[in-house]
Write a protein that binds this ligand. Structure first.
Ligand SMILES: [Zn+2]
Length: 1101
């Protein structure tokens, strides 16, 4: 390989604060939380810009850089670049000057304009917004953070905002995220790698011809990296032991892998990537040998890397996105660099023979100057132009034979025998049939003719266009989505059967005789029904904009097979029916289309049973309700909010809680940590929604995946039973073998099936044998069984005598199971594994369990033992088959041992416990040695738990030590001290997998007590930074930024004021009443977490 790699490099380790750092520090603010949980406010005072961030030092520096042009020659054209100030890192007031570069793919910034490797690389696809924030500043918003920049002038700022917006627009147009542009897919290797001189490892991804560096996996997932390294200039050298260097002419990256084996893998992956990069350029360079191919055929951008292999044009990435939108029947889009395999010698020659210039003589023969694209054209303009050009053939040069099919075909057959592919292109895209009859009995198709005459380029062109759709000017497809525009005017008519409108829900079946046949017309936003299609005056009708909900009934709900209901905002319900399923579908789509705004039209693509608008509130914004469009499809509730442009989906089967507050007609949906309140603005349609949502939140059928599920995709029913048996049944002799009380089992199973979420199994109230039989019966009855339709394959696997190949077989079968079956099987086998580990207590050894569970899980009679054999194998080889982390398993078994031991000690006092759980609580910090297993009765308070834990560790409480129990969320890095009177058990049950309970000293307590003691009245006020979660469910949509607000906290409420000008008045309580706060929250409803949510960028002062 002849690369410009320096022979001797002088390693240069820069100091931590050196401006050599590659990695920027806009993220270090959450690092500080890791260091000092819950006290980022303390940190802010001290200027500690280097303390908590990681920097990437140069490990080798190359003195003389080759000219930039070489490096840039093949990259995406830069749209805008210049100097900008980036917001100061936390703790600093000084803006950082950055060289910022924008191309269609990435926004990058560098220390200087000479740098090759960025400090930050943000894919334009991940930018969710660009906001002008005044004072020459603007914000670039991504899913997990916001970058603030300051330009030198308003003019410059406005320019940046406008080009960024148009780029983001391009990316938005591919809303479903065209993943070929995203390094997250198709990677060759990824993982954490140590970089010499750096404290933290970097998440490194080798992908195609590039290596990307990310700070961590979270950033990787969101695509926000530090830099990317083009491997066409790279070279990999193995160094001592686990080290290796990636050298480029500009810098040397010294990596250290975790193991020798990993090092080999990394080196190989990077070398492959270099090979890739070099061979990638081969195709591009060859295609670009034709000068007109060096410019995008559509917008003239330089060095286009994409092509439509059937249209024989080369274009840029931005245009490629729009070409792809046309579909492969019109434009077969391939990359010159990534799709190496398609680039056969013939195809390359075809592109050289045709090329952009000659192809455009046909495709772009008549482009009005006003419609021409430029480099700066917006995505809408590109889409319009490219659609007109290739789909409609609007600008093409019409062949003289156009319209005369026979002559066209004839001309094609003659022409393919020559080398003139340009003429073939013109003939084919003016209508000549690529597979027309040649009249030659031997050579029946034009391709055969061309082959016979050795016209390989003709063959290539014809083959690429065998299935191409011809340009048709009449095709007008609405591909532009403009959000919240009035819905298009839909016209539809036909006969429907209708009943009289009513003001209450329909609860009874309506017979055919209750319907009358009506001619119905949907036109211009009005739906009218007539006595017959001859009548001119309608019997009645309703305006589409009055419709608030459309519900599709299950077939055969009423006398007519197919019926649907329309709800108006004046609380009327209209029922329509037909026996024709197609007519029904047409009507439903047409009506839905005409009252759902076009911004929410994605919802229309779904096979919904109910669609309409509702008002909702979320937890943080309970004062003002907002409008959303909701659509219910099975257990998926899809939501489009008014000010958002993406859909959110709530999986109703995974809700933690679902309830109706009857007094104010609010439906409360609790997902993990998120709450949504759907309001009954109108009674009638709300009732319908509430019933449907409740129904679909329950089990929707008898298969596993149709059950209510936990976060980890296990049916709630299964989890409840396993949890209960683990707590109370592991020492019960003959557990799972003994039968319970039949009537109780049936009743409990019925209850769980109806709504497992609401059933809490309690000791005393439920017997272990009943619960164990509920679990067995559940599995026995489940449709398709736990092993699914491939159950027989599991059974025949037992015939494989070689143990290791049998295990392989099981693993393969396991990997083929659906997600829910996998999670459930894993959980169940884990449980059974634990059960048999305590066989000395419960007498249920491997074999005994297999006898019971074999026939149960395979829903067989148990006459032959192969079913039992499968279970026996699964339990026996549990660790290998399920890739179990043995340390975790050991921990789990230890936990169970504790539970058993504790129960033993408690037995004498039995009878007192009902519903108490043994929970893991940590003392001072979360580590294994600090674990305590505490039996928590339903009534135990936080204070009691704290004493219990301290007591066990024989820790005496000294004066001014304020021990307290905290709820800690590791993922968000937040914590909340529990009030000493708070009940622990409900909190324990509500904890997600990222959270745990921790007993530790509450350091702020003393300050609080002093504060309280010094004040006659508990009140506090002052300015604080405030930020509100705008996204409905905290799903990571664009979030608000921090703003200054004035707060007053009294013993009863927390109030927020937007205006500060009445500060004087506010400080005098007697005047407070004259000032209405913008927001007010009752103190007893507040839940205060300390720390800062991980994804949240804390405010900068
Ligand atoms: Zn272009």
């Amino acid at each position: 390989m002849s690369l410009l790699v320096p022979k001797a490099t002088k390693p240069r380790y820069s100091s931590l604060c050196s401006d050599d750092e590659l990695l920027d520090d806009d993220t270090h603010c959450y690092q500080s939380v890791t260091v000092k949980r819950g006290s980022w406010i303390d940190d802010f005072g001290s200027i500690s810009s280097s303390q908590n961030s990681i920097y990437l030092p140069y490990t080798g520096h190359v003195s003389a850089s080759p000219p930039r042009e070489d490096f840039d020659s093949a990259s995406v054209p830069v749209i805008k670049m210049g100097w900008l100030d980036k917001n100061p890192p936390q703790g600093s007031l000084i803006y950082q000057r950055r060289w910022v570069k924008l191309d269609a793919e990435y926004l990058r910034y560098f220390d200087t304009e000479k740098d090759i490797y960025s400090k930050r690389i943000i894919p334009t696809v991940s930018i969710t917004g660009v906001v002008n924030v005044g004072d020459q500043k603007f914000e670039v918003v991504t899913h997990n953070r916001t970058f603030l920049f300051r330009a030198e002038s308003d003019l410059d700022r406005n320019e940046w905002v406008s080009v960024l917006k148009s780029c983001v627009g391009v990316s938005r147009a591919r809303t479903s995220l065209d993943l070929t542009f995203n390094p997250c897919v198709n990677y060759e290797m990824k993982g954490y790698l140590e970089m010499r001189g750096l404290r933290s490892k970097l998440y490194t991804v080798v992908c195609g011809d590039k290596v990307y560096l990310y700070k961590n996996t979270e950033d990787y997932r969101l695509g926000i990296g530090i830099t990317s390294i083009d491997m066409n200039v790279g070279n990999v050298k193995e160094m001592d032991r686990r080290g290796f260097d990636l050298t480029t002419p500009y810098r040397i990256f010294s990596f250290v892998a975790d193991t020798d084996q990993l090092k080999d893998q990394w080196v190989e992956a990077m070398r492959d990537s270099i090979k890739d990069a070099l061979s990638n350029y081969e195709v591009a360079e060859r295609i670009w040998a034709e000068p007109s191919n060096q410019m995008c055929a559509d917008c003239s951008a330089a060095k286009p890397e994409w092509a439509a292999i059937n249209l024989a044009v080369v274009f840029c990435k931005r245009c490629a996105g729009e070409h792809r939108g046309l579909g492969p029947n019109i434009s077969k889009v391939r990359s010159l660099k990534m799709d190496k395999k398609v680039w056969t010698e013939d195809l390359i020659q075809l592109f050289l023979a045709l090329g952009n210039e000659r192809a455009n003589q046909f495709w772009a023969a008549n482009v009005p100057p006003s419609e021409e694209l430029t480099l700066n054209s917006s995505s809408d303009e590109r889409r319009r132009f490219i659609t007109a050009k290739y789909r409609e053939g609007k600008y093409r040069r019409y062949h003289t034979l156009f319209g005369n099919q026979r002559e066209l075909n004839n001309a094609l057959c003659i022409n393919v025998q020559s080398s003139d592919v340009c003429e073939t292109l013109a003939l084919v895209f003016c209508g000549a049939d690529v597979s027309c009859d040649t009249g030659d009995p031997e050579l029946t198709s034009p391709i055969a003719l061309a082959q016979h005459h050795s016209q390989t380029l003709q063959v290539e062109f014809l083959s690429q266009n065998r299935h191409t759709e011809l340009p048709r000017s009449e095709v007008k497809v609405a591909i532009e989505t403009v959000h919240y525009m009035a819905p298009p005017s839909i016209t539809h008519n036909g006969f429907l059967f209708k009943t009289g409108s009513m003001a209450r829900p329909i609860t009874e079946k309506k017979g055919k005789e209750e319907f009358s046949r009506r001619w119905c017309v949907l036109n211009d936003g009005n739906f009218s029904y007539y006595e017959s299609d001859k009548n001119a005056t309608p019997n009645g009708g309703l305006k589409m904009k009055e419709i608030v909900c459309l519900a599709v009934n299950p077939p055969e709900t009423h006398g007519y097979d197919h019926t649907f209901e329309l709800y108006s905002d004046s609380e009327r319900l209209y029922l329509f029916g037909t026996d024709n399923p197609d007519a029904m579908r047409e009507w439903v789509k047409s009506i839905a289309k005409s009252f759902i705004p076009s911004g929410a039209e994605d919802l229309l693509l779904k096979d919904f049973e109910r669609i309409g608008r509702l008002r909702y509130k979320d937890r943080l914004n309970r004062e003002m309700s907002r409008l959303g469009w909701f659509c219910l499809v099975g257990s998926g509730l899809h939501i489009r909010l008014e000010e958002s442009n993406t859909d959110e989906t709530i999986d109703l089967q995974k809700l933690q809680e679902l309830s109706i507050q009857p007094e104010n007609e609010v439906l409360v949906l609790v997902e993990r940590g998120r709450t949504l309140y759907i309001e009954g603005e109108r009674k009638l349609d709300f009732q319908g929604w509430a019933a449907a949502i409740q129904r679909n939140a329950g089990s929707s059928g008898d298969t596993l995946s149709q059950q209510q599920l936990t976060d980890s995709d296990i049916p709630v029913i299964v989890e409840r039973c396993i949890h209960f048996i683990t707590q109370y049944g592991l020492t019960s002799e003959g557990i799972y073998r003994k039968s319970g009380v039949n009537s109780k089992i049936a009743a409990l199973l019925e209850e769980l099936r109806r709504d497992a979420r609401c059933v809490w199994l309690k000791e005393g109230e439920h017997q272990v044998d009943d619960v164990s039989n509920v679990l067995k019966r559940f599995f026995r009855d489940i449709e398709e069984g736990l092993f699914g339709p491939e159950a027989h394959a599991w059974l025949s696997a037992t015939g494989v005598s070689d143990e290791s190949s049998r295990i392989c077989q099981y693993r393969l079968l396991f990997s083929n199971l659906p997600r829910v079956n996998q999670a459930t099987l894993r959980a169940l086998v884990n449980h059974l594994y634990c059960v048999q580990r305590f066989a000395d207590l419960n007498q249920m050894n491997l074999h005994n369990l297999a006898i019971v569970f074999g026939p149960t899980l395979f829903q067989a009679d148990g006459k032959d033992y192969s079913a039992g054999r499968v279970i026996e194998d699964l339990i026996q080889h549990y660790v290998t088959i399920f890739h179990v982390n043995e340390q975790q398993l050991k921990k789990q078994l230890d936990e169970i041992t504790y539970i058993i031991k504790l129960r033993d000690n408690l037995t004498p006092k039995a009878g007192t416990g009902s519903g108490d759980f043994i929970c893991t609580v940590y003392l001072e910090e979360k580590k294994e040695t600090a674990e305590q297993h505490v039996k928590i009765p339903a009534a135990m308070t936080s204070a009691e738990l704290t004493f219990e834990v301290l007591d066990r560790r024989k820790l005496s409480v000294r004066e001014k030590d304020y021990w307290c129990c905290f709820e800690v969320n590791e993922k968000e890095e937040t914590e909340r001290p529990l009030h000493f009177q708070e009940r622990v058990l409900p909190i324990f049950h509500s904890l997600g997998t990222d959270s745990h309970l921790l007993v530790k000293k509450h350091f702020s307590m003393e300050a609080m007590l002093v504060y309280l003691a010094s004040k006659v009245e508990v009140s506090k006020h002052g300015m604080m930074k405030f930020r509100e979660e705008r996204s409905l469910l905290g799903l990571g949509l664009s979030s608000g930024s921090f703003n200054d607000r004035y707060f007053i906290l009294t013993s009863t409420s927390l109030r927020l004021y937007k205006e500060v000008r009445n500060l004087q008045k506010l400080q005098r309580p007697e005047l407070q009443c004259s000032n209405r706060p913008e927001r007010e929250w009752p103190v007893k409803c507040l839940r205060v977490y300390l720390g800062i949510r991980k994804k949240l960028r804390p405010p900068t002062w």
